[in-house]
Design a protein around this ligand. Structure first.
Ligand code: AMP
Length: 304
């Protein structure tokens, strides 16, 4: 089944202690759409300026991403720049320019309106709601968010939570949203705000999936090569939603597998800047790491 994805599409400048690159393809929807495309057809909703490089449009097309909902407006593309410390969990946003996003008010193409699966990648909750309200009867809606919206758009985010099936957020955002130190209590508390499932990402410590009928603690891939963590969360969520759309199911076993596929794609993405690693990724690579996850998290009852 197809997956509708909306979110930011941007040009990123990223600095790590080892390297620095400018005008990279970025944005939450770019990462999510390419990650999801390994599993299912993607219908993208977003906006770029007339300065957006054609090779980036070609990359979406190479991944079979439907661009009928991509607006190319006069003006500059959204831009973001950030800097990482040696501890790459610590990132500082250096600058952000909304540019054409300031006037983004999308009307969904008719062919997108009956989307069964929807992923609202990180962008303002008002825009996420605007897109969602145009989808007729979605079967399953996944949303991502970030600390900024907890600070400046809390009410809109709380409204959105009542309309979605699964929220994905990181551990500090979960604590901040619920004003709660315990992640377990925070996860259970978020369920009471509306979504049936909550996935709390813990970076290199894996993630937790909560639902009324399930609790799943997934490990992270033991990565040796981290070049650029930008977009790891977006790739996780895109692959998670993409896998659900591929199977067309949302039962606990499928959700657990979706978490692992999300972790697999995210782990590859950080091995190169921007979407570099995903450009050479193959289904066999995904399957290899999926089996590796199975091996490292399996144990037998008993022992000496
Ligand atoms: P992540 O590393 O998963 O947090 O995602 C990083 C991506 O989010 C970058 O490619 C940025 O272009 C994009 N981004 C950063 N800030 C925002 C924002 N306020 N709204 C939407 N996207 C953003």
């Amino acid at each position: 089944m197809s997956l509708l994805i909306t979110g930011s599409i941007g040009l990123d400048s990223v600095k790590t202690p080892l390297a620095e690159h400018h005008d990279l393809l970025g944005g939450s929807a770019s990462y999510a759409a390419i990650a999801a495309s390994f599993f299912t057809p993607v219908n993208l909703v977003g906006i770029v300026g007339d300065d957006f490089p054609k090779p980036y449009l070609d990359l979406y097309r190479k991944h079979g991403i439907n661009l009928a909902g991509l607006e190319i407006a006069a003006g500059q593309t959204f831009r973001w720049s950030g800097e990482y410390e040696w501890n790459m969990n610590n990132r500082r946003t250096l600058s952000i320019a909304l540019n054409v996003f300031e006037k983004f008010n999308p009307t969904l193409p008719a062919q997108y309106r009956n989307a069964p699966f929807v992923f609202l990648a990180n962008i303002s909750p008002q825009l996420q709601m605007h897109v969602l309200s145009q989808v007729e009867k979605p079967k399953f809606v996944v949303a991502d968010t970030m600390d900024l919206w907890l600070e400046i758009a809390r009410e809109a985010l709380l409204e959105l939570l009542k309309r979605i099936d699964c929220l994905i957020l990181n551990e500090s955002e979960a604590r901040e949203l619920m004003k709660e130190a315990s992640l377990i209590k925070a996860g259970r508390g978020i369920l009471k705000l509306g979504p049936k499932y909550v996935c709390i990402k813990k970076g290199e410590h894996g993630c937790l999936l909560f639902g009324e009928d399930l609790f799943f603690s997934a490990p992270a891939y033991p990565l040796e090569d981290i070049h650029d963590p930008t977009g790891a969360g977006d790739c996780f969520a895109g692959a998670f939603a993409g896998y659900l759309a591929k199977t067309g199911k949302v039962d606990p076993t499928t959700l657990r597998n979706a978490v692992i596929y999300g972790s697999v794609v995210a782990s590859y993405n950080v091995e190169a800047f921007s979407l570099g690693r995903l450009q050479t990724l193959t289904p066999a690579d995904i399957e290899n790491r999926y089996q590796f996850f199975r091996k490292i998290s399996h144990f037998e009852l008993g022992g000496a």
